[in-house]
Design a protein around this ligand. Structure first.
Ligand SMILES: *[C@@H]1O[C@H](CO)[C@@H](O)[C@H](O)[C@H]1NC(C)=O
Ligand SMILES: CC(=O)N[C@H]1CO[C@H](CO)[C@@H](O)[C@@H]1O
Length: 481
Protein backbone atom coordinates (compact mmCIF):
# COMPACT_ATOMS: atom_id res chain seq x y z
CA UNK A 1 0.00 0.00 0.00
CA UNK A 2 1.35 3.39 -0.87
CA UNK A 3 -0.72 5.76 1.21
CA UNK A 4 1.86 8.22 2.32
CA UNK A 5 2.01 10.20 5.52
CA UNK A 6 1.79 13.97 5.05
CA UNK A 7 5.22 14.76 3.69
CA UNK A 8 5.75 17.79 5.83
CA UNK A 9 5.04 17.35 9.48
CA UNK A 10 3.19 20.41 10.64
CA UNK A 11 2.12 19.16 14.05
CA UNK A 12 4.84 21.30 15.60
CA UNK A 13 3.25 24.45 14.23
CA UNK A 14 2.30 26.86 16.97
CA UNK A 15 -1.01 28.66 17.22
CA UNK A 16 -0.92 32.21 15.95
CA UNK A 17 -3.30 35.15 15.87
CA UNK A 18 -2.79 37.38 12.87
CA UNK A 19 -4.25 40.78 13.73
CA UNK A 20 -5.04 43.05 10.81
CA UNK A 21 -4.37 46.75 11.37
CA UNK A 22 -5.18 49.65 9.10
CA UNK A 23 -7.79 52.11 7.91
CA UNK A 24 -10.70 50.92 5.77
CA UNK A 25 -10.01 50.49 2.05
CA UNK A 26 -6.42 49.42 2.67
CA UNK A 27 -7.08 45.89 1.53
CA UNK A 28 -7.21 44.32 5.01
CA UNK A 29 -10.07 41.93 4.30
CA UNK A 30 -8.49 41.01 1.02
CA UNK A 31 -5.20 40.18 2.75
CA UNK A 32 -7.00 38.30 5.55
CA UNK A 33 -8.90 36.19 3.02
CA UNK A 34 -5.78 35.42 1.05
CA UNK A 35 -3.78 34.39 4.09
CA UNK A 36 -6.55 31.99 5.10
CA UNK A 37 -6.75 30.54 1.60
CA UNK A 38 -2.98 30.14 1.32
CA UNK A 39 -2.67 28.43 4.69
CA UNK A 40 -5.54 26.04 4.06
CA UNK A 41 -4.06 25.14 0.71
CA UNK A 42 -0.88 24.11 2.52
CA UNK A 43 -2.96 22.06 5.04
CA UNK A 44 -2.70 24.54 7.92
CA UNK A 45 -6.09 25.04 9.60
CA UNK A 46 -6.95 28.72 9.47
CA UNK A 47 -10.02 30.88 10.03
CA UNK A 48 -10.93 34.57 9.65
CA UNK A 49 -12.78 36.29 12.48
CA UNK A 50 -14.23 39.42 10.97
CA UNK A 51 -15.38 41.99 13.51
CA UNK A 52 -17.47 43.70 10.83
CA UNK A 53 -19.48 40.53 10.38
CA UNK A 54 -20.35 40.38 14.09
CA UNK A 55 -21.24 44.05 14.05
CA UNK A 56 -23.37 43.54 10.92
CA UNK A 57 -25.68 41.13 12.73
CA UNK A 58 -27.21 44.06 14.61
CA UNK A 59 -26.44 46.85 12.18
CA UNK A 60 -26.75 45.48 8.68
CA UNK A 61 -26.37 48.82 6.85
CA UNK A 62 -24.70 51.33 9.17
CA UNK A 63 -23.93 54.77 7.80
CA UNK A 64 -20.79 56.78 8.44
CA UNK A 65 -22.24 58.31 11.64
CA UNK A 66 -22.17 54.86 13.19
CA UNK A 67 -18.39 54.85 12.83
CA UNK A 68 -17.93 58.31 14.37
CA UNK A 69 -15.66 57.94 17.42
CA UNK A 70 -17.82 60.52 19.17
CA UNK A 71 -20.94 58.42 18.72
CA UNK A 72 -21.18 56.41 21.97
CA UNK A 73 -23.83 54.05 20.60
CA UNK A 74 -21.69 53.12 17.64
CA UNK A 75 -18.57 52.83 19.81
CA UNK A 76 -20.37 50.47 22.20
CA UNK A 77 -21.66 48.29 19.40
CA UNK A 78 -18.23 48.09 17.81
CA UNK A 79 -16.61 47.15 21.09
CA UNK A 80 -19.21 44.44 21.67
CA UNK A 81 -18.62 43.07 18.17
CA UNK A 82 -14.85 42.97 18.74
CA UNK A 83 -15.31 41.18 22.06
CA UNK A 84 -17.65 38.62 20.51
CA UNK A 85 -15.17 37.99 17.69
CA UNK A 86 -12.27 37.54 20.11
CA UNK A 87 -14.30 35.22 22.37
CA UNK A 88 -15.23 33.01 19.41
CA UNK A 89 -11.64 33.00 18.26
CA UNK A 90 -10.31 31.87 21.65
CA UNK A 91 -12.88 29.09 21.73
CA UNK A 92 -11.78 28.01 18.26
CA UNK A 93 -8.17 27.70 19.49
CA UNK A 94 -9.18 25.14 22.10
CA UNK A 95 -8.94 22.63 19.27
CA UNK A 96 -5.17 22.28 19.00
CA UNK A 97 -5.41 21.38 15.31
CA UNK A 98 -6.57 24.91 14.59
CA UNK A 99 -3.44 26.90 13.90
CA UNK A 100 -3.97 30.41 12.58
CA UNK A 101 -6.80 32.82 13.36
CA UNK A 102 -6.95 36.05 11.41
CA UNK A 103 -8.66 38.83 13.29
CA UNK A 104 -9.98 41.26 10.74
CA UNK A 105 -10.80 44.51 12.54
CA UNK A 106 -9.68 48.10 12.39
CA UNK A 107 -7.60 48.16 15.59
CA UNK A 108 -6.47 51.61 14.76
CA UNK A 109 -5.15 52.80 18.13
CA UNK A 110 -2.27 51.74 20.36
CA UNK A 111 -4.55 51.11 23.31
CA UNK A 112 -6.68 48.76 21.24
CA UNK A 113 -3.61 46.88 20.07
CA UNK A 114 -2.48 46.58 23.68
CA UNK A 115 -5.90 45.20 24.62
CA UNK A 116 -5.76 42.49 21.99
CA UNK A 117 -2.08 41.76 22.62
CA UNK A 118 -2.83 41.15 26.32
CA UNK A 119 -5.71 38.84 25.43
CA UNK A 120 -3.46 36.83 23.12
CA UNK A 121 -0.65 36.56 25.70
CA UNK A 122 -3.13 35.44 28.34
CA UNK A 123 -4.30 32.66 26.05
CA UNK A 124 -0.70 31.56 25.40
CA UNK A 125 -0.84 32.20 21.68
CA UNK A 126 1.67 33.79 19.33
CA UNK A 127 0.68 36.92 17.47
CA UNK A 128 1.51 38.77 14.29
CA UNK A 129 0.18 42.25 13.70
CA UNK A 130 -0.17 43.02 10.02
CA UNK A 131 -0.57 46.69 9.26
CA UNK A 132 -1.53 47.81 5.80
CA UNK A 133 -0.69 51.48 5.56
CA UNK A 134 -1.47 53.35 2.43
CA UNK A 135 -1.38 57.03 1.51
CA UNK A 136 -1.47 56.56 -2.24
CA UNK A 137 -4.81 58.20 -3.13
CA UNK A 138 -5.12 56.29 -6.37
CA UNK A 139 -4.71 52.93 -4.65
CA UNK A 140 -7.24 53.89 -1.99
CA UNK A 141 -9.79 55.09 -4.54
CA UNK A 142 -9.52 51.95 -6.63
CA UNK A 143 -9.98 49.92 -3.48
CA UNK A 144 -13.06 51.97 -2.49
CA UNK A 145 -14.52 51.41 -5.94
CA UNK A 146 -14.10 47.65 -5.54
CA UNK A 147 -15.45 47.61 -2.02
CA UNK A 148 -18.49 49.76 -2.66
CA UNK A 149 -19.59 47.51 -5.49
CA UNK A 150 -19.04 44.28 -3.59
CA UNK A 151 -19.16 44.92 0.19
CA UNK A 152 -22.09 43.35 2.06
CA UNK A 153 -22.57 46.72 3.82
CA UNK A 154 -23.70 48.31 0.60
CA UNK A 155 -25.74 45.61 -1.11
CA UNK A 156 -28.57 47.14 -3.08
CA UNK A 157 -27.45 50.73 -2.53
CA UNK A 158 -26.67 53.47 -5.00
CA UNK A 159 -22.95 53.11 -5.82
CA UNK A 160 -22.24 56.85 -5.77
CA UNK A 161 -23.89 57.32 -2.38
CA UNK A 162 -22.12 54.22 -1.12
CA UNK A 163 -18.72 55.56 -2.20
CA UNK A 164 -19.38 58.87 -0.50
CA UNK A 165 -20.51 57.19 2.70
CA UNK A 166 -17.45 55.01 2.62
CA UNK A 167 -15.12 58.00 2.29
CA UNK A 168 -16.86 59.59 5.28
CA UNK A 169 -16.45 56.41 7.27
CA UNK A 170 -12.73 56.42 6.56
CA UNK A 171 -12.44 60.05 7.72
CA UNK A 172 -13.90 59.08 11.08
CA UNK A 173 -11.26 56.45 11.55
CA UNK A 174 -8.49 58.75 10.36
CA UNK A 175 -9.21 61.04 13.33
CA UNK A 176 -8.00 58.42 15.80
CA UNK A 177 -5.71 56.26 13.68
CA UNK A 178 -2.25 55.54 15.08
CA UNK A 179 0.24 53.64 12.98
CA UNK A 180 2.43 51.00 14.65
CA UNK A 181 5.66 52.70 15.75
CA UNK A 182 8.84 52.25 17.83
CA UNK A 183 6.94 52.55 21.08
CA UNK A 184 5.37 49.17 20.27
CA UNK A 185 8.56 47.23 19.67
CA UNK A 186 7.42 44.44 21.97
CA UNK A 187 4.92 43.47 19.25
CA UNK A 188 5.67 41.06 16.43
CA UNK A 189 4.57 42.89 13.35
CA UNK A 190 4.89 43.42 9.65
CA UNK A 191 4.01 46.82 8.32
CA UNK A 192 3.22 46.92 4.63
CA UNK A 193 3.39 50.42 3.21
CA UNK A 194 1.59 51.22 -0.04
CA UNK A 195 0.99 47.55 -0.77
CA UNK A 196 4.57 46.37 -0.67
CA UNK A 197 6.42 49.51 -1.76
CA UNK A 198 8.10 49.42 1.64
CA UNK A 199 7.96 46.80 4.38
CA UNK A 200 8.95 46.96 8.05
CA UNK A 201 9.34 43.69 9.93
CA UNK A 202 9.75 43.41 13.68
CA UNK A 203 10.51 40.53 16.05
CA UNK A 204 9.67 37.45 13.99
CA UNK A 205 10.53 34.34 16.02
CA UNK A 206 8.64 31.41 14.61
CA UNK A 207 8.85 29.43 11.37
CA UNK A 208 5.20 29.90 10.45
CA UNK A 209 5.38 33.61 11.27
CA UNK A 210 8.29 34.01 8.87
CA UNK A 211 6.51 32.08 6.13
CA UNK A 212 3.49 34.33 6.58
CA UNK A 213 5.65 37.43 6.42
CA UNK A 214 7.28 36.18 3.23
CA UNK A 215 3.86 35.54 1.70
CA UNK A 216 2.50 38.92 2.81
CA UNK A 217 5.42 40.86 1.43
CA UNK A 218 4.90 39.26 -1.99
CA UNK A 219 1.28 40.38 -2.32
CA UNK A 220 0.15 43.22 -4.53
CA UNK A 221 -3.25 44.45 -5.65
CA UNK A 222 -2.50 45.73 -9.13
CA UNK A 223 -5.25 44.58 -11.48
CA UNK A 224 -4.14 41.49 -13.35
CA UNK A 225 -5.26 38.10 -14.56
CA UNK A 226 -3.84 34.61 -14.64
CA UNK A 227 -4.62 32.36 -17.58
CA UNK A 228 -4.52 28.62 -17.01
CA UNK A 229 -4.65 25.89 -19.59
CA UNK A 230 -3.68 22.29 -19.96
CA UNK A 231 -1.49 21.44 -22.91
CA UNK A 232 -3.27 20.51 -26.13
CA UNK A 233 -4.29 16.89 -26.59
CA UNK A 234 -1.20 14.67 -26.74
CA UNK A 235 -0.39 11.37 -28.42
CA UNK A 236 -0.49 9.76 -24.98
CA UNK A 237 -3.94 11.24 -24.29
CA UNK A 238 -5.19 9.56 -27.46
CA UNK A 239 -3.97 6.20 -26.20
CA UNK A 240 -5.24 6.81 -22.67
CA UNK A 241 -1.73 6.66 -21.23
CA UNK A 242 -0.65 8.78 -18.29
CA UNK A 243 2.65 10.58 -17.77
CA UNK A 244 5.37 10.39 -20.40
CA UNK A 245 6.72 13.14 -22.59
CA UNK A 246 4.70 12.76 -25.77
CA UNK A 247 4.15 15.16 -28.66
CA UNK A 248 0.86 16.90 -29.28
CA UNK A 249 -1.70 15.06 -31.37
CA UNK A 250 -2.90 16.67 -34.57
CA UNK A 251 -5.88 18.12 -32.66
CA UNK A 252 -3.57 19.28 -29.89
CA UNK A 253 -1.56 21.14 -32.55
CA UNK A 254 -4.77 22.83 -33.68
CA UNK A 255 -5.42 23.98 -30.13
CA UNK A 256 -1.89 25.40 -29.94
CA UNK A 257 -2.54 27.35 -33.17
CA UNK A 258 -5.87 28.68 -31.87
CA UNK A 259 -4.50 29.66 -28.46
CA UNK A 260 -3.28 33.18 -29.42
CA UNK A 261 -6.77 33.98 -30.72
CA UNK A 262 -8.40 32.41 -27.65
CA UNK A 263 -6.22 34.48 -25.31
CA UNK A 264 -6.94 37.65 -27.27
CA UNK A 265 -10.66 36.94 -27.18
CA UNK A 266 -10.53 36.50 -23.42
CA UNK A 267 -9.64 40.18 -23.07
CA UNK A 268 -6.02 41.23 -22.72
CA UNK A 269 -4.96 44.08 -20.48
CA UNK A 270 -3.87 47.13 -22.45
CA UNK A 271 -0.10 47.62 -22.71
CA UNK A 272 0.49 45.21 -19.85
CA UNK A 273 3.27 42.70 -20.33
CA UNK A 274 2.37 39.03 -20.26
CA UNK A 275 4.66 36.12 -19.52
CA UNK A 276 4.13 32.48 -20.47
CA UNK A 277 5.03 29.75 -18.03
CA UNK A 278 5.23 26.12 -19.12
CA UNK A 279 6.50 22.89 -17.62
CA UNK A 280 9.66 21.27 -18.97
CA UNK A 281 7.64 18.69 -20.91
CA UNK A 282 7.30 18.87 -24.69
CA UNK A 283 3.52 18.98 -24.81
CA UNK A 284 3.37 22.27 -22.89
CA UNK A 285 6.15 23.97 -24.89
CA UNK A 286 4.49 22.86 -28.11
CA UNK A 287 1.17 24.26 -26.89
CA UNK A 288 2.80 27.61 -26.09
CA UNK A 289 4.87 27.96 -29.26
CA UNK A 290 2.37 29.97 -31.32
CA UNK A 291 1.58 32.23 -28.40
CA UNK A 292 5.25 32.95 -28.10
CA UNK A 293 5.79 33.44 -31.84
CA UNK A 294 2.68 35.48 -32.65
CA UNK A 295 2.45 37.61 -29.56
CA UNK A 296 6.15 37.84 -28.74
CA UNK A 297 5.75 37.11 -25.06
CA UNK A 298 8.57 35.87 -22.91
CA UNK A 299 8.46 32.20 -21.97
CA UNK A 300 9.76 30.53 -18.84
CA UNK A 301 10.00 26.80 -18.17
CA UNK A 302 9.44 25.49 -14.66
CA UNK A 303 10.26 21.98 -13.48
CA UNK A 304 7.78 22.61 -10.67
CA UNK A 305 5.00 22.76 -13.29
CA UNK A 306 5.69 19.22 -14.57
CA UNK A 307 2.84 16.73 -14.30
CA UNK A 308 2.31 14.73 -11.10
CA UNK A 309 4.92 11.97 -11.21
CA UNK A 310 3.11 8.66 -11.54
CA UNK A 311 6.25 6.64 -10.72
CA UNK A 312 6.07 3.02 -11.84
CA UNK A 313 2.72 3.72 -13.53
CA UNK A 314 4.23 6.27 -15.92
CA UNK A 315 3.22 5.42 -19.48
CA UNK A 316 0.42 3.03 -18.45
CA UNK A 317 -3.32 3.32 -19.05
CA UNK A 318 -5.71 3.38 -16.07
CA UNK A 319 -6.89 -0.05 -17.16
CA UNK A 320 -3.36 -1.42 -17.01
CA UNK A 321 -2.87 0.14 -13.58
CA UNK A 322 -6.14 -1.37 -12.34
CA UNK A 323 -4.98 -4.80 -13.54
CA UNK A 324 -1.40 -4.65 -12.40
CA UNK A 325 -1.84 -2.69 -9.14
CA UNK A 326 -5.49 -3.22 -8.10
CA UNK A 327 -4.82 -2.24 -4.47
CA UNK A 328 -3.18 0.99 -5.52
CA UNK A 329 -6.01 1.76 -7.87
CA UNK A 330 -8.48 1.36 -5.00
CA UNK A 331 -6.26 3.27 -2.54
CA UNK A 332 -6.05 6.18 -4.92
CA UNK A 333 -9.86 6.28 -5.20
CA UNK A 334 -10.20 6.19 -1.41
CA UNK A 335 -7.89 9.14 -0.77
CA UNK A 336 -6.69 10.66 -3.98
CA UNK A 337 -5.12 13.70 -2.33
CA UNK A 338 -2.79 11.66 -0.15
CA UNK A 339 -2.22 8.65 -2.40
CA UNK A 340 1.37 8.57 -3.61
CA UNK A 341 2.24 6.53 -6.72
CA UNK A 342 4.95 3.92 -6.11
CA UNK A 343 8.14 5.81 -6.84
CA UNK A 344 6.11 8.91 -7.66
CA UNK A 345 4.09 11.70 -6.10
CA UNK A 346 0.78 12.49 -4.41
CA UNK A 347 -1.31 15.64 -4.79
CA UNK A 348 -0.01 16.65 -1.39
CA UNK A 349 3.55 16.39 -2.71
CA UNK A 350 2.60 18.46 -5.74
CA UNK A 351 1.17 21.25 -3.59
CA UNK A 352 4.45 21.45 -1.68
CA UNK A 353 6.51 21.77 -4.85
CA UNK A 354 4.03 24.34 -6.20
CA UNK A 355 4.44 26.67 -3.22
CA UNK A 356 7.28 28.65 -4.87
CA UNK A 357 5.11 28.93 -7.98
CA UNK A 358 2.29 30.43 -5.91
CA UNK A 359 4.73 32.88 -4.27
CA UNK A 360 6.03 33.89 -7.69
CA UNK A 361 2.47 34.19 -9.03
CA UNK A 362 1.54 36.50 -6.17
CA UNK A 363 4.51 38.75 -6.97
CA UNK A 364 3.79 38.73 -10.70
CA UNK A 365 1.22 40.45 -12.85
CA UNK A 366 -0.24 38.88 -16.02
CA UNK A 367 0.82 35.28 -16.45
CA UNK A 368 -0.39 32.54 -18.75
CA UNK A 369 0.36 29.06 -17.49
CA UNK A 370 0.34 26.06 -19.81
CA UNK A 371 0.63 22.96 -17.69
CA UNK A 372 -0.92 19.60 -16.82
CA UNK A 373 -4.16 18.28 -15.37
CA UNK A 374 -3.05 17.69 -11.77
CA UNK A 375 -1.11 20.96 -11.71
CA UNK A 376 -4.06 22.96 -13.04
CA UNK A 377 -6.20 21.37 -10.32
CA UNK A 378 -3.78 22.40 -7.57
CA UNK A 379 -3.32 25.97 -8.81
CA UNK A 380 -7.07 26.35 -9.35
CA UNK A 381 -7.71 24.97 -5.85
CA UNK A 382 -5.44 27.66 -4.41
CA UNK A 383 -7.27 30.50 -6.13
CA UNK A 384 -10.78 29.13 -5.64
CA UNK A 385 -10.36 27.56 -2.21
CA UNK A 386 -11.39 24.09 -3.31
CA UNK A 387 -11.02 21.60 -0.43
CA UNK A 388 -8.54 18.72 -0.69
CA UNK A 389 -11.14 15.99 -0.93
CA UNK A 390 -12.57 17.66 -4.05
CA UNK A 391 -9.69 19.27 -5.90
CA UNK A 392 -8.10 16.04 -7.24
CA UNK A 393 -11.45 15.05 -8.76
CA UNK A 394 -12.16 18.30 -10.57
CA UNK A 395 -12.86 17.99 -14.23
CA UNK A 396 -10.36 20.04 -16.22
CA UNK A 397 -11.22 19.49 -19.87
CA UNK A 398 -8.59 19.71 -22.58
CA UNK A 399 -8.74 22.61 -25.04
CA UNK A 400 -10.23 25.00 -22.51
CA UNK A 401 -8.61 28.23 -21.35
CA UNK A 402 -9.42 29.62 -17.91
CA UNK A 403 -8.92 33.23 -16.97
CA UNK A 404 -8.72 33.96 -13.25
CA UNK A 405 -9.05 37.57 -12.13
CA UNK A 406 -8.52 38.28 -8.43
CA UNK A 407 -11.08 40.75 -7.05
CA UNK A 408 -11.57 42.20 -3.56
CA UNK A 409 -14.19 39.64 -2.57
CA UNK A 410 -13.10 36.60 -4.55
CA UNK A 411 -11.59 35.36 -7.76
CA UNK A 412 -13.55 35.68 -10.98
CA UNK A 413 -13.28 32.74 -13.36
CA UNK A 414 -14.03 32.82 -17.04
CA UNK A 415 -13.71 29.78 -19.27
CA UNK A 416 -13.09 29.88 -22.97
CA UNK A 417 -13.60 26.59 -24.67
CA UNK A 418 -12.14 25.99 -28.09
CA UNK A 419 -14.43 23.81 -30.13
CA UNK A 420 -11.65 21.47 -31.07
CA UNK A 421 -12.57 17.97 -29.94
CA UNK A 422 -10.29 16.07 -27.60
CA UNK A 423 -10.46 12.88 -25.62
CA UNK A 424 -11.75 13.20 -22.10
CA UNK A 425 -9.06 12.24 -19.59
CA UNK A 426 -11.41 12.65 -16.65
CA UNK A 427 -12.15 9.57 -14.57
CA UNK A 428 -14.82 10.21 -11.91
CA UNK A 429 -14.33 8.67 -8.47
CA UNK A 430 -15.33 5.01 -8.28
CA UNK A 431 -15.63 4.61 -12.03
CA UNK A 432 -14.00 1.85 -14.00
CA UNK A 433 -10.68 2.39 -15.63
CA UNK A 434 -12.15 2.45 -19.10
CA UNK A 435 -10.57 4.93 -21.46
CA UNK A 436 -13.00 7.55 -22.81
CA UNK A 437 -12.11 7.75 -26.43
CA UNK A 438 -15.36 9.44 -27.36
CA UNK A 439 -15.02 12.95 -28.66
CA UNK A 440 -16.04 15.49 -26.04
CA UNK A 441 -19.05 17.77 -26.57
CA UNK A 442 -19.94 15.86 -29.73
CA UNK A 443 -18.75 18.64 -32.03
CA UNK A 444 -19.10 17.58 -35.65
CA UNK A 445 -15.65 17.36 -37.25
CA UNK A 446 -16.73 19.59 -40.11
CA UNK A 447 -16.85 22.83 -38.14
CA UNK A 448 -13.37 22.30 -36.83
CA UNK A 449 -10.38 23.42 -38.79
CA UNK A 450 -9.71 26.99 -39.74
CA UNK A 451 -9.44 29.14 -36.64
CA UNK A 452 -11.93 31.58 -38.17
CA UNK A 453 -14.57 28.88 -38.13
CA UNK A 454 -13.80 27.66 -34.67
CA UNK A 455 -16.22 28.73 -32.00
CA UNK A 456 -15.10 29.92 -28.60
CA UNK A 457 -17.41 29.47 -25.68
CA UNK A 458 -17.26 31.72 -22.68
CA UNK A 459 -18.68 31.24 -19.21
CA UNK A 460 -18.16 33.26 -16.06
CA UNK A 461 -18.62 32.64 -12.42
CA UNK A 462 -17.36 34.24 -9.26
CA UNK A 463 -16.42 31.98 -6.45
CA UNK A 464 -14.91 32.08 -2.96
CA UNK A 465 -18.33 32.41 -1.30
CA UNK A 466 -19.33 29.06 -2.77
CA UNK A 467 -16.50 27.44 -0.86
CA UNK A 468 -16.53 23.71 -0.84
CA UNK A 469 -18.47 23.49 -4.05
CA UNK A 470 -16.55 22.74 -7.17
CA UNK A 471 -17.99 25.41 -9.45
CA UNK A 472 -20.01 23.97 -12.24
CA UNK A 473 -20.36 26.21 -15.22
CA UNK A 474 -22.81 26.49 -18.00
CA UNK A 475 -21.28 27.15 -21.34
CA UNK A 476 -22.66 29.99 -23.38
CA UNK A 477 -21.95 30.05 -27.08
CA UNK A 478 -19.82 32.96 -28.24
CA UNK A 479 -18.94 32.49 -31.88
CA UNK A 480 -15.97 34.22 -33.41
CA UNK A 481 -16.71 36.94 -35.97
C1 LIG B 1 7.87 14.18 -31.70
O1 LIG B 1 8.02 15.10 -32.73
C2 LIG B 1 9.36 15.25 -33.18
C3 LIG B 1 9.40 16.38 -34.17
O2 LIG B 1 8.26 16.43 -34.97
C4 LIG B 1 9.84 13.94 -33.75
O3 LIG B 1 11.18 14.05 -34.20
C5 LIG B 1 9.74 12.87 -32.68
O4 LIG B 1 10.09 11.64 -33.20
C6 LIG B 1 8.34 12.81 -32.10
N1 LIG B 1 8.35 11.95 -30.97
C7 LIG B 1 7.53 10.93 -30.84
C8 LIG B 1 7.67 10.11 -29.60
O5 LIG B 1 6.65 10.70 -31.65
C1 LIG C 1 -9.33 42.47 19.05
C2 LIG C 1 -9.89 43.74 18.63
O1 LIG C 1 -10.79 43.74 17.83
N1 LIG C 1 -9.34 44.81 19.17
C3 LIG C 1 -9.83 46.12 18.95
C4 LIG C 1 -10.04 46.31 17.45
O2 LIG C 1 -10.83 47.41 17.16
C5 LIG C 1 -12.07 47.42 17.79
C6 LIG C 1 -12.87 48.56 17.29
O3 LIG C 1 -12.81 48.67 15.92
C7 LIG C 1 -11.86 47.50 19.29
O4 LIG C 1 -13.09 47.57 19.95
C8 LIG C 1 -11.09 46.31 19.75
O5 LIG C 1 -10.81 46.43 21.09
Amino acid sequence: MSISPPSSDRSDVTQIVVVMVGLPARGKSLIAGKVKRYLRWTSVKAEVFNVGKYRRTDNPHPDAKFFDVNNPEGEKARKAAAEAAVADMLKWFQDKDNKVAILDATNSTKSRRKWIHDKIMEANLLHLFVESKCDDEELIMSNILEVKTSSPDYIGQDPEAAAKDFRDRIRNYEKVYQTIDESEKQLTYVKIINIGARVVINLIQDYLQSRLVYYLTNLHIKPRSIWLSRHGESEFNLEGKIGGDANLSERGERYAKLLPELVKRSGLPKDAPLTIWTSTLKRTSQTAQHLQKELGWEKLQWKALDELDSGVCDGMTYQEIAEKYPEDFQARDDDKYNYRYRGGESYRDVVIRLEPIIMELERSENIIIITHQAIVRCIFAYFMEIPQEKSPWMEVPLHTLMKLTPKAYGTEVERFKADIPAVSTWRPKGSTAKHHDSISEGMPESVVGEPSKVGIQKATNVNEKAMGEVPTIEMVGLPLP
